[in-house]
Design a protein around this ligand. Structure first.
Ligand SMILES: [Zn+2]
Length: 294
């Protein structure tokens, strides 16, 4: 799970207690006073609390005695709840169905990577998120997971908009956000999701006529200009052209375009051609612009 998502988000790890519960324990827990029902799933729960100065502890319970395949999706869902607790600012308001949709998306991505087709169907049918999961799957295919993660953290809307999914790219610029008040009960801002230290083409998505390039933490259409996070700071870039396995971009204020290549070539193996004079010819194909990962 960490391997699958580590490029986009860091799931809580050492601060999670994971227990397998039986049905009786689950039922007792739900009826116990003070049990905060965060999640409509009957198959798992997450309880999160701050132990000291912004450090979270999560208790995750999973209903056992089920097929291993079914447990994996529930695990991913509950870990996603824990991640949200740690990573959403207190002033980020998100509709409850949308929270569930995001958690189901991570479950869906995990099951997809493990080829668990029955689980994929059950995620789409279970109704936890009242349809938001379908929008999340569509958004993931069109805009990529980094855009979704960014929207969860800084989006301007409370839920994904069925009629205008493109609004997922509307986020509050971090710089424009008011400083958070220093109140003891509010944990300090969590460490931001790691982004590459250099400009990196993370992926290309969308249809041939409407491609999007995922560069560091943001998706770009052709000729679109925007800021991306690079290491600890921001860089404004314009995406000039999106090709089969690369994107031609230009840092705003610089004269030279540069070509960012995907680390892994596209499945159809189409080689991307560089225009004469493109600086890409001086670069190792898989070298300088590859993401740095453990
Ligand atoms: Zn849930």
């Amino acid at each position: 799970m960490d391997l699958l998502f580590s490029q986009f988000l860091t799931l809580p790890d050492t601060n999670v207690t994971l227990t397998i519960e039986d049905q009786v324990q689950m039922d007792e827990l739900r009826q116990a006073p003070g049990f905060e029902r965060q999640c409509p799933s009957l198959l798992g729960y997450t309880r999160s609390r701050i132990v000291k100065e912004g450090q979270w502890k999560h208790s995750i319970g999973i209903l056992g005695a089920r097929l291993a395949a079914a447990l994996k999706g529930v695990c991913a869902h509950e870990y996603a709840h824990a991640w949200l607790k740690e990573n959403l600012a207190p002033d980020r308001v998100i509709d409850r169905d949308t929270i569930e949709g995001f958690c189901e998306l991570l479950a869906y991505k995990l099951c997809e990577s493990l080829n668990l087709t029955r689980e994929l169907q059950s995620i789409r049918r279970n109704g936890y998120s009242r349809g938001q999961i379908d929008l999340f799957i569509e958004a993931e295919q069109s805009y990529g997971l980094p855009t979704i993660v960014e929207w969860m953290k800084h989006g301007v809307d409370e839920r994904l908009n069925r009629d205008d999914l493109d609004r997922i790219r509307r986020t509050q610029e971090k710089e424009a956000r008011p400083a958070r008040p220093t109140v003891l009960e509010i944990p300090p801002a969590p460490a931001p999701t790691p982004v590459p230290e250099i400009l990196t083409l993370v992926g290309i998505s969308g249809t041939r006529s409407n491609r999007l390039a995922l560069i560091n933490d943001r998706a770009f259409a052709e000729m679109e200009t925007g800021r991306v996070r690079v290491g600890g700071s921001n860089v404004a870039i314009q995406c000039l052209q999106i090709r089969a396995g690369s994107a031609l971009i230009q840092v705003v204020g610089s004269d030279l375009p540069q070509e960012l290549r995907l680390k892994v070539p596209p499945a159809d193996g189409t080689p991307s051609r560089s225009p004469a004079g493109s600086p890409s010819q001086e670069q190792e194909p898989n070298g300088e612009h590859s993401p740095i990962r453990d």
